[in-house]
Design a protein around this ligand. Structure first.
Ligand code: NDP
Length: 249
């Protein structure tokens, strides 16, 4: 039986960076939050930080065949899934000509195919509930061209596409689908991409009207809003949370 008095969320990649900040907002707002990742230490640190409403599960979302049973087990243990945040992602910075087919496929598998497969498994349970909210994490790499991230750009542009396609098909069934497009947010992933490349960092900040990197909690606030009743008439949007980066000159 669906319990109206509780909310259950899954946050993939919830053990670090943006995902951890989203999980923190959820837990602080009384949402039972399942955080999924592959690294045991990250997960136990997240549990330590977030407390009793945080439920870590060690799972590799790129193992597509295992996702339906992952979701079935969550339903068995928690009874329902109200929110899915598809946040887990990997980046790969390589010259276009150096990127192998395997590199390309690896990024697509984690950042795109796993989002599709996990969402499909979760939606099968949300449809009988008659409600649900899914948030995909996109990127500025889907909004404009960035050099040396060909597979990542492909994956994130496709995330915007599936967000819209899922929204038109699933919104009539009570399931809202939205995406957040973070600008440059201070996390480990950005440190790897920008700290070794001061020119790229200056360029990123130079076209960010607010003039500084965002914090993971800025994305957490947007995710909390999008999955709340305050956003009950919002579906199919790609919300930039970027200090103006996407409209900067
Ligand atoms: P992090 O590297 O800090 O976090 C990525 C998370 O994804 C980790 O917790 C990692 O956990 C998890 N993860 C990766 N692969 C898998 C997998 N196969 N199965 C399960 N979990 C996995 O990066 P960010 O927090 O910066 O990025 C989070 C999301 O935000 C990504 O989708 C990224 O593309 C997006 N983004 C980030 C921006 C930024 O400026 N930081 C800008 C735009 C978008 P583990 O290692 O335990 O598997």
């Amino acid at each position: 039986m669906y319990d109206n008095n509780k909310r259950v969320a899954i946050v993939t990649g919830g053990g670090s960076g943006i995902g951890l900040a989203i999980a923190q907002k959820f837990v602080d707002n009384g949402i039972e939050t399942i955080v999924i990742g592959r690294n045991e230490k990250k997960l136990s640190d997240a549990k330590q930080l977030l407390g009793e409403r945080c439920h870590p599960i060690n799972h590799d979302v790129s193992d597509l065949a295992s996702l339906p049973s992952l979701v079935d087990n969550i339903i068995r243990d928690f009874g329902q899934i109200d929110i899915l945040v598809n946040n887990a992602g990997i980046n790969m910075k390589k010259d276009f000509t150096e990127t192998t087919d395997e590199d390309f496929q690896q990024v697509i598998n984690t950042n795109l195919t796993a989002v599709f497969s996990l969402s499909r498994a979760v939606v099968k349970h949300m449809i009988p509930q008659g409600k649900g909210s899914i948030i995909n994490i996109s990127s500025m790499a889907a909004q404009y061209g960035m050099p040396r991230v060909i597979s990542y750009s492909a994956s994130k542009a496709a995330i915007d596409g599936i967000t819209r396609a899922m929204a038109v098909e699933l919104s009539p069934k009570g399931i809202r689908i939205n995406a957040i497009a973070p600008g440059f947010i201070a996390t480990a992933m950005t440190a790897v991409a920008l700290d070794s490349d001061p020119e790229r960092k200056n360029k990123a900040l130079g076209r960010t009207p607010m003039g500084h990197l965002g914090q993971p909690s800025d994305i957490g606030d947007a995710a909390l809003f999008l999955c709340s009743d305050a956003a009950k008439y919002i579906t199919g949007v790609i919300l930039p949370v970027d200090g103006g980066n996407s409209i900067g000159f």
